[in-house]
Design a protein. Structure first.
Length: 93
């Protein structure tokens, strides 16, 4: 059983993902713990089927919680990370 716990500072994100399926919430939690991941990394970490991860990623993208980037190391893969919220400072690379 997977329990999804969120503190009060993430109210905006909770409202966006509260109605999503458990697989999308799991992918959100995994991406929150890691900075960015490929789809293969998410599958490996979550133990979810490939199709389920694709669906979860598409649902998170629909809610504008997730952003997708092309990998510079391998242009055939995409990197996924959580979208930066307005009140959080942008990270410098």
């Amino acid at each position: 059983m997977i329990v999804f716990a969120v503190n009060s500072s993430n109210k905006v994100q909770v409202q966006k993902i509260g109605h999503l399926p458990p697989s999308a919430k799991l992918v959100y939690t995994i991406l929150k713990a890691n900075r960015q991941m490929t789809q293969k990394d998410i599958i490996r970490e979550s133990y979810l089927p490939e199709r389920t991860v694709r669906y979860a990623l598409s649902r998170l993208k629909e809610e504008n919680v997730l952003t997708e980037y092309l990998s510079l190391a391998d242009a055939r893969q995409s990197l996924y990370r959580l979208a930066v919220r307005e009140q959080e400072p942008a990270l410098a690379f």
